[in-house]
Write a protein that binds this ligand. Structure first.
Ligand code: HEC
Length: 316
């Protein structure tokens, strides 16, 4: 999966796939029995965090730790915000475990533009809390790390093509796996605090009851794609509270906004621009929703809004 999804690349598809395959096989070949571990395998290259401190990839970042690592760049308006927002939820659920039992890192694939200051500004925009570090460095060092983590695509033609999965791993045990930004944050947390740990940690916070995906498609879509940034009736998160939004906006505007917010922002749709300015200039990501997805989501937002209003009216 990539940041800007393939649109005109059918032509390159076959070649890209071949290259990817070769890349994967090469990587496999270099994994000692698939258990990726140790300072011999991982480079100890220096990276710089958002505060300008130098951290060495092996010694300071992963050695002996359970980590979550993803690759992003601050000017990516597409899937990176989705991923960062998802990781923010993960950070919230992890609570005090961050920096103790689990270490979170985001590494830029655009180190020329993403200086420590740019990373710091990005963290502020996403309200990232302390303990999750953003890193930049030399392009060739970062590419090397990506190759070692099997997060480098040989067919990348632009920054947006970088892989958007997260790598979760335990350097000490050599277990590494990937999750996507579309996983529920609870799933990611369960891996980080369960499967990857060598000892059992305190019980997870009780979150399952409220966030289990509902049966309806609209609810399911909303829970997996939208809750990182929105609530219905519980106030603003990174994006606006969506209570009553269906009655407030024109249907056609809403459908289009859900399907291609990036295009509407680029076209300077006045309402889109006003919202964008109001919400920290954080662009709502294009999530490649189909027309039917948009309709399901609209129905869900409408039904939920009604329920929230009924509940509010009934409570003293
Ligand atoms: C990465 C965060 C993020 C995600 C994920 C996200 N949004 Fe948004 N959304 C925003 C932001 C920020 C705005 C305000 C406009 C802007 O800045 O582009 C917004 C605006 C909106 C609006 C317009 C609100 C209004 O007052 O008219 C709607 C509707 C909306 N989002 C629905 C959704 C739905 C449905 C999903 C899931 C399919 C979703 N969003 C996913 C960040 C996000």
């Amino acid at each position: 999966m990539s940041c800007t999804q393939v649109t005109t690349k059918k032509y390159w598809g076959a070649i890209a796939f071949q290259l990817l395959l070769v890349g994967t096989l090469l990587l496999w070949g270099s994994h000692p029995a698939n258990a990726v571990r140790g300072g011999k395998y991982f480079p100890n290259v220096p990276l710089i965090n958002q505060d300008g401190e130098i951290l060495h990839f092996y010694d300071d970042i992963i050695k002996g730790k359970v980590v979550s690592i993803n690759f992003m760049f601050t000017s990516c308006g597409d899937a990176c915000p989705l991923e960062t927002a998802k990781l923010r939820q993960v950070q919230d659920l992890l609570g005090d475990h961050v920096g103790k039992n689990v270490y979170m890192y985001s590494i830029t694939v655009d180190p020329d533009r993403d200086t420590p200051a740019a990373l710091k500004a990005y963290m502020k925009k996403f309200k990232v809390r302390p303990g999750w570090q953003f890193l930049t460095g030399k392009k060739e060092d970062i590419d090397l790390i990506r190759k070692k983590l099997a997060m480098y695509r040989e067919d990348e033609q632009e920054l947006g093509d970088h892989a958007i999965n997260f790598v979760l791993g335990n350097e000490a045990t050599g277990q590494w796996l990937k999750r996507t930004p579309f996983d529920l944050p609870e799933t990611i947390v369960a891996v980080l605090l369960g499967r990857l740990q060598t000892r059992s940690l305190a019980a997870l916070p009780a979150y399952s009851a409220q966030t289990l995906p509902a049966v309806r498609t609209g609810a399911d879509l909303f829970n997996t794609r939208c809750v990182s940034c929105h609530t219905i009736g519980q106030g603003d998160k990174l994006g606006p509270d969506l209570l009553g939004v269906v009655s407030k906006r024109e249907r056609a505007w809403l459908v289009r906004w859900l399907m291609e917010p990036d295009v509407m922002l680029a076209e300077k749709d006045p309402l889109a621009i006003a919202l964008y300015n109001q919400y920290n200039k954080l662009p709502m990501p294009n999530m490649r929703l189909q027309h039917q997805d948009a309709l399901d989501l609209i129905e869900y937002m409408q039904v939920e809004s009604k329920q929230v209003k009924v509940q509010a009216a009934n409570s003293p």
